[in-house]
Unconditional design. Sequence first.
Length: 448
Amino acid sequence: MSGLAKILALRGAEVSGSDSRESETVAALRALGVRVSVGHAAENLPAGAGCVVVSSAIRPDNPELAEAARRGLPVIHRADALAALMADRRAIAVAGTHGKTTTTSMLAVSLRALGLDPSYAIGGDLDGPGSNAHHGGGEIFVAEADESDRSFHKYAPEVAIVLNVELDHHANYASIDEIHESFEAFVGRVAPGGTLVVSADHPGARELTARVSGRPDLRIVTVGESPDASLRILSVVPKGMSSEVTVELEGAPLAFTVSVPGRHYAHNAVAALAAGAALGVPAADLAEALGRYTGVNRRLQLKGAARGVQVIDSYAHHPTEIAADLDAIRENADGGRVLVVFQPHLFSRTQQLGAEMGQALALADAALVLDVYPAREDPIPGVTSDVIIEAARSHGLDATAVHTMAEVPDAVAALAREGDLVLTMGAGDVTALGPEILGRLDGVVASA
């Protein structure tokens, strides 16, 4: 939503909005002339408003939404607004259960490095608050395509990326079959003559390829380590906190650096390479430019070090993501222990995948597990973090329940020793703990 507000403001629209609290993102929007109110109230809706843009997180009884209905103002879903902004550009829409933000960011950074000045809308900040979106002068628009509420059906991109297909968002999807049907509908929106870039390795993505392969006006480029991949990854070699990636391109090897650790991020980079090439960007130039990508906030982001302990922030909240990030960090732990502060995200996800989350966390050496972060959901009776803790313990992990954020810095300080890596992990407000933990490790209790 903040990215939409930024792009609209940069295009010259008068924009206002509401958020639940002050933040650096709010401050960045205000610097662009966006009027942001803290809290939701009917009077926040300006007298001259022409429409109201909402996300799926806004409930029907929201006072501003009710005021819009009273005035007869059109209410537009954020996906419709984003689709309208992309309509006059060559659009790349990045979809998948995992990796959307990273892959979109890689494309934005590399295309920008090549002087193509793309527009983009990303679910995370590249450089600092407010850097999740840009209104560029170039013809390319790169955006995340969110499957969680089926809103990615609104887009009609020239190039679609599908990184993987797994069951998630259990409040909106009852089965993996519904997920497959939803991704198939998304691919069906690709413009005639357009390109689908899709994983050759992920089982769900291969199923999607089989479902859409009969469309005559769709070019399909498969990427991955599978022998039948169109753009095959020959090797991913860890190099400290980066990887050296080699792909086979037109019968010859092409090597480039991905400046973030982990095989899954290397795969994201190759998908980005294929998508840019589909729009005519020279692959060798794009491969070199991809080396400029150094990460996005919350994706294995180093927050700092204190007393010989590194603190890293991870957005991982699905079992596959948790396992991938822990594998990547383990490769770079250099003999130190990997300690996790995990905050489950959503009651519905915890209900369906809690046992798998616990199993994935067992790749760490110890974990502190917070209460479930509810986001837009109401509690589900009987669904707590205990299901994750019990599963983690059954797989041999030292897992401890921590019920308040305030307890975490002291708990980490008591547990960590020199050489350890601490991950704050989850899609909620656990990200705020990094500075608090660092302050406590330094022997100073950081102010809230």
